[in-house]
Write a protein that binds this ligand. Structure first.
Ligand code: URA
Length: 245
C-alpha cells in the first residue's frame, strides 16, 4: 500500500482512535490482534498510512471515519428533521448504527410530509454558513398544486409575495410544467413552511413537495426514499465552496 503522506492518507491507529473511539494503545492492540481489515485484508501495522477512501472494518463492522460527515438522504414523508418530537419518527432513525447521531444535524429542515434531498452533517460551521441568509443558497423544489399554476404566479414570485413576514419573499423562480399542476420553485430563503405559505399567498395549495437540489447538490436519482449515501469528495468541495469556509 502507498505510504505517501498527504491529506488523503491517514495513519491507521489515528483513524481507529477517531472512528472507533479507541485510545491509541487500544487501537494498536486491536490491530496486532488481527481485528482490523483494510479493504478486506488484515493489517497488523498500526502506523501504516492508508488512503482515506479505504474500507476499514473492526471485527467485521465497517467504520465511518470522515472527520466531517456529509450525507445525502432521500427523505420519505412521515419523518421529522428534529429529534425532539417523541410522537414522530425522525430522519436520524434512518441512518445506520455507525453514525453518532447526537453529533449530526440536518442542513435546514423539511416538513414532515416533504420528501427529497436532505443533507445531514456534523460540520456545524458549514451548516451555519449554508443556512445564512447572506449566502442566498438556492433550494429547488418540485411542487404539485391543487389549482393550476399561472404566469401571474411566476411574476408574483419574482417580485416577492406577502407571507406575513416583515418583508416580502425574496425573488423566487417558478417553472410551470405543461399540465400546470406541477412545477419547480427555486427559493433562496428558508422560512418556516415557506413554499406552502407562498402558494397560500397566491390562493393556491401545495399537495406534494419534494426538494430536488440544495446549492450545488442534486438529489441522486438512484437513491430510493429513505436511503442515503455519503457525499462524494467533489460534492463536499462544491458545498464547502458555497459555504465559503
Ligand atoms: N417549504 C415548505 O413549505 N416546506 C418544506 O418542507 C420546505 C420548504
Amino acid at each position: 500500500m502507498d505510504e505517501k503522506d498527504n491529506g488523503e492518507f491517514i495513519r491507521l491507529d489515528r483513524l481507529l482512535s477517531k472512528a472507533a473511539a479507541l485510545s491509541r494503545r487500544d487501537a494498536k492492540r486491536a490491530v496486532s490482534f488481527g481485528r482490523i481489515t483494510v479493504d478486506g485484508s488484515i493489517i497488523r501495522s498500526p502506523e501504516l498510512k492508508i488512503p482515506s477512501t479505504s474500507t476499514v472494518c473492526f471485527d467485521g463492522k465497517k467504520l465511518i471515519y470522515n472527520e466531517n460527515v456529509y450525507l445525502m438522504l432521500n427523505k420519505p414523508a412521515g419523518y421529522v428533521c428534529a429529534n425532539d418530537d417523541p410522537k414522530s419518527p425522525n430522519v436520524f432513525e434512518l441512518l445506520g448504527d455507525e453514525y453518532k447521531k447526537d453529533e449530526l444535524f440536518t442542513i435546514g429542515r423539511l416538513d414532515k410530509n416533504t420528501t427529497g434531498l436532505l443533507i445531514i452533517t456534523n460540520n456545524g460551521t458549514a451548516a451555519h454558513f449554508l443556512l445564512s441568509p447572506k449566502r442566498h443558497v438556492k433550494k429547488k423544489y418540485s411542487i404539485k398544486t391543487k389549482f393550476p399554476l399561472t404566469d401571474e404566479d411566476a411574476k408574483a414570485f419574482l417580485e416577492g409575495v406577502d407571507i406575513g413576514e416583515k418583508t416580502l419573499t425574496k425573488t423566487a423562480f417558478l417553472e410551470i410544467c405543461e399540465d400546470k399542476f406541477t412545477g419547480y420553485l427555486t427559493i433562496t430563503e428558508g422560512k418556516f413552511h415557506q413554499i406552502k405559505r407562498m402558494l397560500d399567498a397566491r390562493k393556491n395549495k401545495i399537495t406534494a413537495l419534494q426538494r430536488v437540489s440544495f446549492g450545488p447538490i442534486f438529489l441522486d436519482g438512484k437513491l430510493a426514499l429513505g436511503k442515503y449515501r455519503a457525499l462524494t469528495g467533489e460534492e463536499i468541495k462544491a458545498l464547502e465552496d458555497t459555504a465559503k469556509i
